[in-house]
Every structure is written in structure tokens, then in C-alpha cells.
Design a protein. Sequence first.
Length: 323
Amino acid sequence: FVLVNQYWKLGHEFGSHSISHRTNLDYWRGLNVDGWNDEAEGMRRMISQFSAIPKDDIKGHRAPFLQMGGDEMYTSLYETGFKFDCSWVTREFGYLNLDMGLFPYTMDYGTVQDCQIEPCAECSYPGFWVQPMLDLEDAWYGADPNHPDNGMPCSMLDGCIIIEDEPDRNSVKDMLMQNFLRNRNGTRAPMGLYAHAAWFYGDNLFHYEGYLDFIQEVTSNYDDVWFVTVSEGIDYVANYNDVTNAQLLNMTNTEGPFSCSPKTGGDCAALEPCRYESVVNDDIHGEERYMHICGKDADGHRQKCPPEYPWLGNPCGGNTPCN
């Protein structure tokens, strides 16, 4: 939680991804509104409490394993004040159709987006945004007999396969550039680059190097391309879609959707790590756990290690206030 505070102050965005992250997909498919409240809103409260980040700054959500939860999930997110969801995968507006990419949209009316991982929301949620996850094309050529000259679709970078004898940083850069150019020559809808940290480490260091090469290539040659957070992209679509790139470039660091204003508040005052000798709940069975938390909450109240290990139904572990 201390590291979350540090990266938040550097301008990174944090969203809720559940507390338990259970691997049983039927759990997420069948979860009711109260269950999603415990998972999604509970995680947001936990981040705010222990990372000293205002809860209103935690705006977005992604479902574990991209397993959609239908209207129960969206009802929970809507009623608890989330601003957007970024779980909804699309192949019809991505992959080989990435040139027809779908822009972020609100759930005021019915959606035209395909539902790749059921169940998807069908009801109206006025003002609640969806950031579609546009499928990319990987470099596993010939794996699909219906598209023998193409790679396979992938929603997350760590799901993108590169089949080569010795893949290297150039393999990664080439794959990303191919998708970028397909997107650029079409609608230019925001193209997400989503990855778990493990994709960059250990034997996968070439992924990180190729990713950086891709960013360098794009930022050096295309001054109308921006690398931004999901919230910033939605802010642009909602409020600045008639602004020219020249106007964006002329804005100061404190103006516009892509500003780099320094974060104020959020004094962490890190504590020594909190130790829990034997945590027992539905998901943890007698394991030792540690937490490194901020000594102040988002409102500046001083806090100590919570008496109980935070989990579902008790996201602050007994610390109060727990907003």
C-alpha cells in the first residue's frame, strides 16, 4: 500500500480489481450486487484507507480474469460511485477490425459492443463509462485455420503469443507497431496496452525492452499520439473531443485532459510492516501475512495496523473511520 501511494503521487492511476481474486469463474458469473459491493467497492475502500488516496481518485474497475458479471456487476459499480469499467472485451471492434475501434461510451442507452465473455450488462446506467478492451493481434501466425496469415486475438499483452525461434525486443516492438498502425489508419479509438507486471520480468525482459522501443518509436515520430491513463482518455472523449492536437500541445502541465499536475495531500507516513501470524477466512487458510500501510488514511487521520487482516466484509480490518 505504501508503494501504491508513491506511484499515485507520480501520476499513475489505480483502480479496483477485487479483494479475493478467486479463480473460480462461476463465482464471478453468479455474484450478486452485494457480493460485487464487497469485492469492488471493498477493494476501493481498502486502497483509500491504507494507501492514503482519496476514494474519488479511484474511479475505475476491472473484473478478475475479465469475467463479466452482467447487470449485477454494473449495478454495483454504478451505485457505489465508480466512473468507469474496463473489463469488456471486443473482437468485432478490435483484432483484425482494430481500424474500426470503438471509442469509450456511456451506458445511457443500449450498446453496440459484442459480448465475448458473458454475461454482459444490458440495462441503462446513465453517465457510467465503458472503456472497451480492443483485442490486439499477436504473432502466433497460422494458429487459426480461418486466418492462416494472421496471429491470434489477445486482450492483455501477456496473452499475446510470439512464436519465433528466438523472440527478442524487436519481435515485441513489431507486434505492437502492427497493431498501432492498424488503429492509426482507422478510427484511432484509444488502444489499451494492458499487462501484468510479470510480463516484463525475468526471462521476459525482452518484453520490457520491446515495449520501451515501441514507446520511443511512437513518441519520436507521431506528435499527435498520447500515452495516458484510462481516466484521462475518457476525460478527453467527454470534454475535449473538439480540441485540436496543437491546442493540446500548447496547454500547460495544469490544463486540459493530459495535465501532469502534482498530487496534493496523501501524506503516507508509512508504518513498519503489519504482521498477521495466522490469517483464516474463506480464501486464506492459516497463512502468515504482512501489510505495509500508510500511517494516515486519505483524510489525514492517523492509524495503526488494523487489529484484523482486511478482507471481504471488513476492508479496513477494524480501523475507523472506514469510508
